[in-house]
Design a protein around this ligand. Sequence first.
Ligand SMILES: Nc1ncnc2c1ncn2[C@@H]1O[C@H](COP(=O)(O)OP(=O)(O)O)[C@@H](O)[C@H]1O
Ligand SMILES: [Mg+2]
Length: 260
Amino acid sequence: MFSARSVSLSFSGVRALAGIDLRVSEGELMGVIGPNGSGKSTLFNVMSGIYKPDSGQLEFRGRMIAGMRPADIVRQGIVRTFQNKRLFSNMTVAENVMVAGLKAAPGSALGDVFGTQGSKAAMRSCEQRARQSLEAVGLTSMLEVLAKDLPYGAQNRLEIARALVLDPSLLLLDEPAAGLNPSERGDVRELIRSIHGRGIAIVLVEHDVRMVTGLCPRIAVLDHGEKIADGPAQEVMRDERVLEAYFGTQEQRERAHAGE
Ligand SMILES: Nc1ncnc2c1ncn2[C@@H]1O[C@H](COP(=O)(O)OP(=O)(O)O)[C@@H](O)[C@H]1O
Ligand SMILES: [Mg+2]
């Protein structure tokens, strides 16, 4: 479905992505983990067209997408959420999802959408998709609540609803459980399962490694902008390079274990 080949991107000399190869299959649920600053969000920024890679290829369902504008990539079916949520805090839950949905409506300037006959149909279809995506994340009882008044876990689910309204076939989730308590994390885990159950492919970036290993049969690991492992979750979590990236070298680990 998606492949990145030798994708690199530097920020004033810092290699944020160094020759990344990544494949995602139709309907797959895969995890991407790695220490802070290893390039996970940058990878999503490149996949969603926010940044253009310095070099390398990005292909989605047979189309080259590197250099496409973010709105065009959304129309292809790749939709992402943001680690720092992009909610409009003084808008209601329903409005937040509507605004996200209208952004991608065909011929999409907001003025258009409220004007002509054809755009009334677009508006109705957007309302319907908004309702469905709010149902999917379990927020239909809070439609009129302002985003800023939502509990933290519900804000994260609203951020996911704003992505679902764009009808993704590949959904990129950037730390959807960040800052949540265990019960809210459980809700997000079930939500990810149910979205995946609808046939949507998901790439999950998440700090909570146990959540990722619990959900994702396959995991890729980034470290300093490089992919250091990619494979079945259990194998990857035993990989020496992965253990080093997270916990230090074997020698350091043994010393720490011995309490030195
Ligand atoms: N817009 C940017 N400008 C400069 N440096 C950036 C920018 N975005 C990311 N970086 C750098 O790229 C590296 C990877 O960052 P990021 O992708 O956010 O890591 P992660 O999401 O894995 O924590 C870091 O060194 C970060 O400081
Ligand atoms: Mg990040």
